[in-house]
Design a protein around this ligand. Structure first.
Ligand code: HXC
Length: 519
């Protein structure tokens, strides 16, 4: 720096002291745990040389709280600032575990709140890189108040700007609830974990032994709890994943997602493979992800929560360069039935897409809700209602394609015409009815079947008749519940045209403070 006679001494001293904090020892400590430093993470996340730090020199105001010292580190263990990701303005904070375990004291919290406020004011995405032991114990209630302030801002920003949390170490205690409110949670395998109370407390209270990973590792949260939506094997890939996700999202709820130019090897508009994808045997599964990939622009499908509630598939894709959200039943898992977890997964995704102007494509093949004591006792009525509510309440363009089964309540739920579906298409393989042939025949012909000499043959014959008369797409088509029965090979073309026709869709729900979704 050119100091040219001016008194820059203090400026340079402070700068040096700030840089010294990120010394080789702190770096080595992080690296020895298989983790990157707070700055290394920022450097990967943002476009090269675009990040500007804010509040680098704020310092905690108390050295000793009466219950241990608070480290007088410049920045108080968190970097905040703004920069560009794929050329678009983005705000972020990155916690530094080498400063008091990334714990959140009042100054640390005030910095996060400051950057949250800026992101909201500017209408730009907010990303939290989390590596924290939770509320700073020495600072007591001031830490708790700090968390509450952050949560409040998370909620105010919800549905206005995309909020993403990236867990890159511990997220303990209060550190879990901000991610829980944000739209997407990323975790890094083996080096990140999230829990409200850690293994020590579990041991003390319940006398149970559990490791950090078994209690709240990436595997637990991506497969069992559904808290984490995306998991990558290491930090670099995790941060690159965040960059990838942002390419599908608008900067705020007043904008649309960025469009992408199609490359020359783009998916052809007529795809004959789709004609053979649904097996002749109605009980045979197939992979709905194949249907998705054959319809969206090449390599554009970005799946969310891949390992959780796999009976429903959700994710983003592009059709002719334009972003859509996809909700698809997966016949390969639990026959594509709707259960508690898949309803929660689907409903939250629908709400996100609706809040951020992302049109919805629904690919339907669902025999119904998953029956059973477990499901009923744990509230499938309440949870299943969330999907229904989310679809009915959303104002973005929404198109359903019934690929095969569409039975009972599941027909209604999966964005049926009367739930507000804008275009409802069906393939010739669709089966639309109150229930499947076997169940229907058993109820309607109970007495006749009981009296028959050859029940199996009679059942088979009646089931075949039921398919011809009732469980097909043509009855719905002739009644207008389906807009068109389409050739599967032309699905992409139909969808591109239908979404184009819906681009100016404008509907206003009745004025109200907010609806009461069955949480
Ligand atoms: C102050 C903390 C801290 C905390 C860690 N440190 N957590 N300091 N407050 N919450 C400090 C440690 O004292 C240590 O300081 C340094 O950070 C590194 O921590 P280690 O324990 O050495 O690291 P590691 O072995 O990797 O273990 C990480 C950990 C563990 C699993 C996160 O530190 C831990 O269990 N911390 C407490 C987690 C917790 O229970 N938090 C909940 C707080 S209550 P030195 O000086 O030795 O380097 C809460 C409620 C909010 O958050 C509720 C809102 C809804």
């Amino acid at each position: 720096m050119d100091v040219k006679g001016k008194n820059f001494t203090r400026f340079l001293e402070r700068q040096q002291a700030h840089n010294d904090q990120h010394d080789a020892r702190a770096k080595a400590k992080q690296h020895s745990k298989g983790k990157l430093t707070a700055w290394e993470r920022i450097d990967i996340l943002f476009d090269e040389d675009t990040f500007e730090e804010v509040d680098a020199y704020v310092t905690p105001d108390k050295t000793d709280t009466g219950f241990g010292k608070v480290q007088q580190a410049y920045g108080d263990g968190v970097i905040i600032g703004h920069g560009l990701i794929r050329g678009r303005l983005t705000f972020a904070y990155s916690q530094d575990f080498t400063v008091m375990g990334g714990s959140l004291g009042s100054v640390h919290a005030a910095k996060i709140m400051k950057i949250q406020d800026m992101a909201l004011k500017m209408g730009a995405p907010m990303i939290g890189l989390i590596d924290s032991g939770g509320a700073r114990i020495q600072e007591g209630v001031a830490s708790l108040a700090g968390y509450a302030g952050i949560f409040h801002r998370n909620v105010q920003s919800s549905g206005v700007i995309p909020q993403i949390s990236v867990i890159l170490g511990p997220a303990a205690g209060g550190a879990v609830y901000s991610p829980a409110i944000t739209d997407f949670v990323f975790m890094t395998d083996q080096t990140s974990y999230m829990f409200v109370t850690g293994p020590n407390v579990v041991k003390e209270v319940l006398n149970e032994d559990v490791s950090l990973n078994d209690l709240g590792g990436a595997g637990v949260h991506s497969k069992k709890s559904g808290v984490a939506h995306l998991v990558y094997p290491d930090e670099e890939n995790t941060l690159m994943g965040v960059r990838q996700l942002l390419a599908y999202l608008p900067s705020n709820n007043m904008e649309n997602s960025p469009e992408m130019e199609l490359s020359s090897d783009e998916t052809s508009d007529v795809e004959e493979k789709l004609r053979d994808i649904v097996p002749d045997d109605p009980n045979k599964p197939y992979d709905v992800k194949e249907v998705i990939r054959l319809n969206v622009d090449k390599r554009s499908f970005y799946e969310i929560a891949e390992n959780y509630a796999q009976n429903i598939v959700i994710g983003f894709g592009r059709l002719d360069g334009k972003v859509i959200g996809i909700v698809a039943n997966q016949p390969k898992v639990l026959a594509g039935t709707l259960d508690i977890n898949s309803s929660n997964k689907g409903a939250r995704f629908i709400r996100f897409c609706d809040a951020f102007n992302i049109p919805l494509l629904i690919l339907e093949d669902v025999p119904g809700f998953l029956p059973g004591i477990d499901q009923e006792h744990n509230g499938i009525i309440r949870h299943g209602a969330k999907m229904l509510y989310a679809f009915a309440d959303s104002t973005v363009p929404r198109i359903t394609v019934i690929l095969r089964k569409s039975y009972g309540g599941a027909y209604c739920v999966m964005n049926s015409k009367n739930l507000g579906g804008d275009f409802n298409f069906a393939w010739p393989t669709a089966e639309i009815a109150v229930m499947g042939p076997e169940g229907a025949v058993a109820i309607l012909y109970r007495k006749e079947l009981a009296a028959s000499d050859d029940q199996a043959a009679m059942k088979k014959e009646l089931a075949a008749k039921y398919r011809i008369e009732i469980a097909n797409p043509y009855v719905a088509d002739e009644r207008g519940f389906i807009d068109e029965v389409i050739d599967p090979a032309e699905t992409r073309l139909k969808l591109i045209r239908a979404f184009e026709a819906l681009e100016t869709k404008q509907i206003d729900n009745p004025a109200r403070k907010h609806g009461n979704i069955p949480l």
